[in-house]
Design a protein around this ligand. Structure first.
Ligand code: MSP
Length: 507
């Protein structure tokens, strides 16, 4: 069923100037859902996350804490690694930009750009926002503040420039030929209008900063944190060894998941750096929106951060994973509310999914001692449920290829409602008191429902792995098979275990 044989999924690498918050959590979650889906769909997947450990933002925070930058990042990386583990995310690699493998890769990337005449020494005089780690034109500022709201400082220093202006036309041509290279469409349009507005050469070194990767062969300059950070995507594939198996397999079959605030770095600077180095640009960059609270971006600096661990503790991992990908369409902003999270857990998970699992399996325990009945002839409603998974596989694959996780879940939720209606109409609690024919109808119906639960659990597994593993065990599967098992026959000899409730009702 896979439409893409190899897929490389990345999250942005996180600055270590503060503890992880919901924005970081969200990016890792989305990437994990996609990675889990594609693995089960039979694709070869590489999923990578990590931390961005250089730059002014990190060094200034370390200084405020009275620590060396290295001690500070060694301490701060831990909560990010814990976040990944506590989310039950499944990255194949976790990169830190202070690792020797990355320093070697970023240095080689720089040397390649230099050897191709893409870098020259000049001097920079302009505005810099430490919070964004970005250079701004005077014309971009409003009342002396960056478009992001970050404050800026005047910077005047000798620095190296990248010939970004040379790449204006090649970038426009690349995007004209590859409209799917940026999603959603609004971000594609935004990128194009930015490029058409004219590209100036980009400052790519800092001489007033020592916390960074040194410019090879030059004293007193370190790489601008973004050229260093973006190269992480190559480091994990073994760059500078472009003949490595990983590089050959996964580049450029990448989907970079990023927040909308860092779009330009990924859709303008990064493909330009790559083309300049003679490497193909990324196949896809998808920008998700922001989680807001009272319509304000959630961020540590704005003081409205939500602690992901508090949510996990209160609601449990799977309901939280489900909520974040279910309630908003990826790409749009979402206003966080505990009421919505509560409703989602109550209505969709406890009342719809948990309820159907419990109704079907506890009835089976009572009447067959947990044995899956042998089915008779299937009528139309049974065939619809029985073939639901097989029939929707292609559409589900397409939704995931377009990062439409919300749509994928909407369909599953609607199917679960139908499953519940079918159980009510079947009324096995009445049929079990009837004649031979009624008993056969009951057996066929329950068999169909166990099947349906099996297929639903497989498709929901990328979003709620722990709960779906429990459902699969309860319908007799000891491990989680890949999507080839959707629609496969059930073993009617098996005795199913006594079901246990999956979701608490919350507050
Ligand atoms: N270090 C850079 C990325 C370098 S990638 C080569 C960076 N780090 S960050 O820690 O500031 O942000 C990481 C990601 O978290 C970004 O994609 C950002 O959009 C995302 N989020 C931060 N706050 C967010 C929300 N409130 N909501 C959703 N995501 C947001 O940028």
């Amino acid at each position: 069923m896979s439409t893409q044989a190899c897929i490389y999924l990345t999250t942005p690498i996180f600055y270590l100037n503060a503890e992880p918050h919901i924005g970081h959590f969200y990016t890792v979650l989305v990437a994990d859902v996609l990675a889990r889906f594609w693995r089960k769909a039979g694709a070869r997947v590489k999923f990578v996350t990590g931390t961005d450990e250089h730059g002014s933002k990190v060094s200034q925070t370390a200084e405020k804490k009275g620590m060396t930058p290295q001690d500070y990042v060694d301490k701060m990386v831990k909560p990010f690694q814990k976040m990944v583990a506590d989310l039950h995310a499944t990255p194949d690699d976790f990169i830190r930009t202070t690792e020797p493998r990355h320093k070697a890769s970023a240095t080689a990337f720089w040397q390649t750009l230099e050897s191709k005449g893409q870098i020259y020494l000049g001097s920079y005089a302009g505005w810099y926002a430490v919070r964004d780690e970005a250079f701004y034109e005077e014309s971009e500022l409003t009342h002396g503040v960056a478009p992001s709201g970050a404050s800026v400082e005047w910077v005047e220093e000798p620095c190296y420039f990248f010939r970004l202006s040379h790449w204006e036309k090649p970038l426009l041509q690349f995007y004209a030929e590859n409209p799917e290279a940026i999603g959603p469409k609004s971000r594609y349009n935004e990128t194009l209008s930015f490029i058409k507005g004219g590209l100036r050469d980009l400052a790519v070194s800092r001489s007033r900063l020592s916390w960074g990767i040194p410019i090879p062969g030059v004293e007193g300059h370190v790489m601008y944190v973004w050229i260093d950070a973006l190269t992480n995507y190559l480091t994990v594939l073994g760059y500078p060894d472009i003949h490595s198996e990983a590089f050959q397999t996964f580049w450029p079959h990448v989907c970079h998941l990023v927040g909308k605030d860092i779009l330009r770095f990924h859709t303008v600077y990064w493909p330009a750096f790559l083309m300049a180095a003679g490497i193909a640009p990324p196949k896809r960059v998808f920008a998700h929106g922001w989680w807001t609270r009272d319509k304000q971006k959630i961020s540590k600096s704005l003081g409205n951060a939500i602690n992901p661990w508090e949510l996990l503790e209160q609601y449990g991992l799977d309901p939280v994973r489900y909520f974040f990908v279910r309630t908003i369409r990826l790409g749009q902003d979402g206003d966080f509310s505990e009421e919505a999270l509560n409703n989602c857990t109550h209505h969709e998970l406890a009342d719809t999914l948990g309820n159907l699992v419990m109704r079907v399996l506890s009835f089976l325990q009572k009447h067959t001692g947990g044995k899956i009945p042998v089915p008779g002839q299937l009528g139309l409603p049974e065939r619809t449920l029985r073939l639901w998974g097989q029939n929707r596989k292609r559409a589900f694959t397409q939704f995931m290829a377009e990062q439409r996780i919300d749509q994928y879940l909407e369909e599953i939720f609607l199917a679960l409602q139908q499953g519940n209606q079918y159980m009510t109409q079947l009324a096995p609690w009445v049929l079990c008191k009837g004649d031979e024919e009624d008993l056969q109808a009951m057996g066929t119906g329950l068999h169909t429902l166990v099947h349906f639960l099996h297929d639903v659990a497989l498709f929901l597994w990328p979003i709620m792995p722990d709960s779906c593993e429990k459902i699969l065990q309860q319908v007799g599967c000891l491990d989680v098979p890949d999507f080839k098992a959707v629609g496969a026959s059930l073993d009617t000899e098996k005795i199913l275990p006594v079901p246990v409730p999956l979701f608490a009702k919350g507050e």
